[in-house]
Design a protein around this ligand. Structure first.
Ligand code: PEP
Ligand code: MG
Length: 887
């Protein structure tokens, strides 16, 4: 640790820099950077995140040196401002704000107007001649300080304020005059004293340390902890505290405050986007209490300030080489910047901004690729209402298009209800007047969010965009009665539990549950992904000369088609058992299962052969020359027959067989531990006619398509190999069938026969298996199951608790356990390639679509990853990011 705890910014120079965000927090680092750039920033100082960590280590106390440095910097600030905290004549007032290295909007505490006391109020009144402003600032300060520092309920102050408003017969706070506000102050003082047990502190230094304590204390408040958990924000030192001289957007009618983005955070369009309120403080805009004006009206109302702001925006965006989210205040026509940061944005905006910045020469393609997260891409693949359907729908209300995508769910009116309903398995839409940081848990589980007040930068809008949730904000025609749990819109009432549908892309709200569809890739996204593809394809690693490929797991031609449209370069896994669950194949397949002798079994398979040939032809056609890995039957046979006696009798009737005999057979198929039982290649060994039929179907389909002029690359995959002999036997069987099919066929078909590595023993003996395999595909679902000894089907009973208690860092069935299971993958590749240097190796477990597992697969020298169709774009991006990260 260094011995500087406090960093000053002001007078055109700052002791911090943008790169120091770990130490100064994002806000502090950027205030310093803006000061150094000569942008008008009210001066102040930042107490570092190290102090936050010391504060907790020292049982919520500070080393003396911190106190000394705060005092020195306060002195410097007072000299620069030529004002003193608490001074009877023209006092200095400051804000005390949080700011961690990672932005956590609204989660921690802020105190404004600090330094006010009775004599400072008099000082301000004398100096400005504006006593209304002075009393208003004081009552806001008492309320904020009382609430944030001493925990006095917000509502108690609101009640006191409303009593005076009622007495005066006014509705808006702005209608109260100076003497009314003076009474509000007295009444707030009484509320404060009643709750705290002593009077409101008049000593500004006591106030300052109270506020600093509260901000550091808010680092570990419940909502901040929850936010960090939801957003997986890990080890940070803590928050910094920024003490900054106040400027006032509520000083006069030529004052105001606003939030702006250098580009549209919802769509990414390059136009100056923002909102502001005249005669208001910053919190009024963010809290969504008043609906603000668009920035374009500032252009006409005050072109000078607008031009200056637009100039600052240009400079900041060029400087940071990214879209900026800025907070500004105008005090009596003078502009001040209070914050800048890289703006949170929707997936759509993220892609558009990144691609546009490349075209504008501000960043390179690799930067663009690195900036997009899997979650952002995922949003683009989220459901929407099809334009065709939309034409026939009549919205019940229309608000602001605050965060795109469509959502369907049951109406709930509180965040807690949202969590309860979702825990019961319901989908919900959270409907609120406005949201606040306490609602974060409910927002996280809701399908979408609807608010009746607030603008595009209200809490609901900002948080929803960050989460990638559809949100319609400021929907004024929705009138909510929270107590009755109803809202009305378009002259109808909607109750808790009713279905509604939101379209966050155009702000429309519909009654009922509207059917949604998945979108396809758009122009900018295609462009970005094509850059990602170039990066992947040009990667070279030991034993892998053709880049890092992305395939898909697809069982049906329509899934394969979708995946190809999303950019899949082959099929890494077709689970053929999914084809047997179709009615047309199930009955003959069941007949095969209960057959008494070989002939009966072979006869039963005949009709299935024809159907399987059609399945495979469909897939080959869609894949049009790309490699197609088809896995032979894997699950245990008992999964294909019913178990309840009544159903067994029914099946016996259908198959024309004796019920008792069938029941006996069904019981005989049952296993105590089917995941480790008679499945995979073990079926192929004991019922060779099943695999023979499948191999015949694959090759006949390949020949038929080849004859029709389609290039085919079948890769026959044998599952669950644990010993070399299993593969030797099954390969020999397959070759016999293949030779038979190809003999006399007037088309050439290149094929491979490979195996899955999904049993630890297969990985350990990968060098012995390799001579019999043309490729390896790591089945990391089973490999994880068998390495951990966790049943895949039962992890729900204990893994969540393991993660909660940090016994596991994550669910190993979602993210590959690189240090354990990963060793088996690496060993499998190494041992296999030790025997066959060019052995093709891929992954087809669920991990193939998970970004951090994809990075592992790249490092482990796998040729490809394979994932479900909707994950393919994410895998293309994550694969390119893995290549870049390894450079
Ligand atoms: C695997 O085990 O990883 C795999 C892909 O096979 P399945 O999930 O079908 O067992
Ligand atoms: Mg498996």
């Amino acid at each position: 640790m260094n011995d500087r705890y406090v960093y000053y910014f002001g007078g055109g120079k700052a002791e911090g820099r943008a790169e120091m965000r770990e130490l100064l927090g994002g806000k502090g680092a950027n205030l310093a950077e803006m000061t150094n750039l000569g942008i008008p920033v009210p001066p102040g100082f930042t107490i570092s995140t190290e102090v936050c960590s010391l504060y907790y280590k020292n049982n919520r106390a500070y080393p003396e040196e911190v106190k000394r440095q705060v005092a020195r910097n306060l002195d410097r600030l007072e000299k620069e401002m030529e004002k003193k905290l608490g001074d009877r004549n023209d006092p200095l007032l400051v804000s005390v704000r949080s700011g961690a290295a990672v932005s956590m909007p609204g989660m921690m505490d802020t105190v404004l107007n600090l330094g006010l006391n009775f004599s400072a109020v008099e000082g301000i009144t004398e100096n400005t001649g504006n006593s209304r402003f002075a009393w208003d600032a004081y009552r806001r300060f008492i309320q904020m300080y009382g609430n944030v520092v001493m925990g006095v309920p917000h509502d108690d102050f609101e009640k006191a304020l409303n009593a005076i408003k009622r007495e005066r017969g006014v509705e808006a706070d702005t209608e109260l005059d100076a003497s009314d506000l003076r009474r509000v102050v007295d009444s707030y003082m009484a509320v404060y004293e009643g709750m705290v047990g002593k009077g409101f502190p008049q000593d500004p230094i006591e106030q300052l340390w109270g506020a600093i304590d509260a901000v550091f204390g808010s680092w570990n408040n419940e909502r901040a902890l929850k936010y960090r958990r939801i957003n997986r924000i890990g080890e940070l030192l803590g928050t910094a505290v920024n003490v900054q001289s106040m400027v006032y957007g509520n000083w006069s009618d030529t004052s105001g405050t606003g939030v702006c983005f250098s580009r549209d955070p919802s769509t990414g369009e390059n136009y100056f986007y923002g909102e502001y309120l005249m005669n208001a403080q910053g919190e009024d805009v963010v809290a969504g209490i008043r609906t603000p004006e668009p920035l374009s009206s500032l252009e006409s109302a005050n072109p000078g300030v607008y031009q200056q702001l637009a100039g600052v925006k240009e400079r900041l965006e060029k400087h940071y080489r990214d879209m900026q989210d800025m907070e500004f205040t105008i005090q009596e026509g003078r502009l001040f910047l209070l914050q800048t940061r890289n703006g949170k944005r929707t997936g759509k905006a993220a892609v558009k901004v990144a691609v546009d910045l490349v075209k504008e020469g501000m960043i390179g393609r690799e930067d663009a690729i690195s900036r997009i997260t899997a979650e952002q891409l995922d949003q683009l693949l989220h459901p929407m209402i099809s334009p065709g359907m939309k034409k026939n729908l009549k919205p019940i209300a229309k608000g602001l298009e605050a965060s795109p995508g469509a959502a369907v769910g049951r109406v709930v009116f509180s965040a807690d209800e949202a969590e309860l309903w979702v825990a019961r398995g319901e989908r919900v839409v959270l409907v609120r007047r406005e949201t606040s940081p306490e609602d974060i848990g409910g927002m996280n589980v809701a399908e979408g969010i609807l608010t009746s007040t607030g603008g595009m930068t209200s809490h609901a809008a900002v948080v929803a965009r960050g989460m990638g949730k559809p949100c319609v904000a400021g929907c004024k025609t929705v009138v909510i009665d929270e107590a009755a749990k109803t809202f009305s819109a378009d002259e109808k009432a909607y109750r808790e539990g009713d279905f509604i549908t939101l379209d966050g892309s155009d702000g429309e709200v519909y009654a009922g549950s509207v059917e949604l569809e998945k979108p396809s890739l758009g122009g900018e996204l295609n462009e970005l992904l094509s850059w990602a593809d170039e990066i992947r394809h040009s990667a070279r690693r030991a034993g892998v000369e053709d880049g890092f490929m992305v395939r898909t797991n697809a069982d049906l031609p329509q899934d394969a088609k979708l995946a190809v449209d999303f950019g899949a370069e082959g099929i890494g896994l077709t689970r053929t058992e999914h084809m047997f669950f179709e009615d047309a194949k199930l009955t003959p397949f069941r007949r095969m299962i209960i057959a008494d002798n070989l002939q009966e079994r072979v006869d039963a398979l005949k009709p299935i052969l024809k159907l399987q040939i059609e399945d495979f032809r469909g897939i080959f056609r869609v894949m049009d020359g790309k490699p197609v890995t088809i896995r032979l039957l894997d699950p245990p046979l008992h999964e294909f027959v019913p178990h309840a006696e009544a159903e067994v009798s029914e099946l016996a009737r259908e198959l024309g067989t004796d019920a008792a005999k069938l029941l006996k057979r069904v019981r005989g198929l049952q296993e105590l531990n089917p995941m480790l039982g008679h499945r995979g290649c073990r079926l192929g060994i004991t019922y060779p006619e099943v695999y023979d039929m499948q191999v015949e179907a694959i090759m006949s389909a390949a020949v038929a398509e080849a004859r029709a002029g389609i290039r085919v690359q079948p890769e026959i995959m044998i599952p669950l190999i644990g010993s070399t002999a299993e593969l030797e036997v099954l390969r020999a069987n397959a070759l016999k069938v293949i030779d038979r099919v190809l003999e006399g066929a007037d088309a050439k078909v290149d094929y491979l026969i490979g195996t899955m590595i999904e049993i630890p023993r297969a990985a350990l003996t990968a060098d012995l298996i390799a001579p019999h395999a043309d490729f390896y595909s790591f089945g990391t679902n089973d490999l994880t199951q068998m390495t951990f000894g966790f049943s895949r089907d039962d992890v729900g009973t204990f893994v969540p608790e393991y993660i909660e208690r940090k016994i596991l860092p994550f669910d190993p069935f979602q993210t590959l356990d690189s240090s354990g299971v990963g060793q088996l993958v690496e060993m499998g590749v190494r041992k296999g390639r030790g025997v066959k240097p060019a052995l093709k190796a891929g992954i087809c477990g669920e991990h193939g679509g998970d970004p951090s597992s994809i990075a592992f697969c790249y490092r482990a020298n796998l040729n490809y990853v394979s994932c479900s169709p909707y994950r393919v774009p994410i895998a293309r991006l994550a694969a390119a990011q893995a290549v870049l990260a390894a450079k």
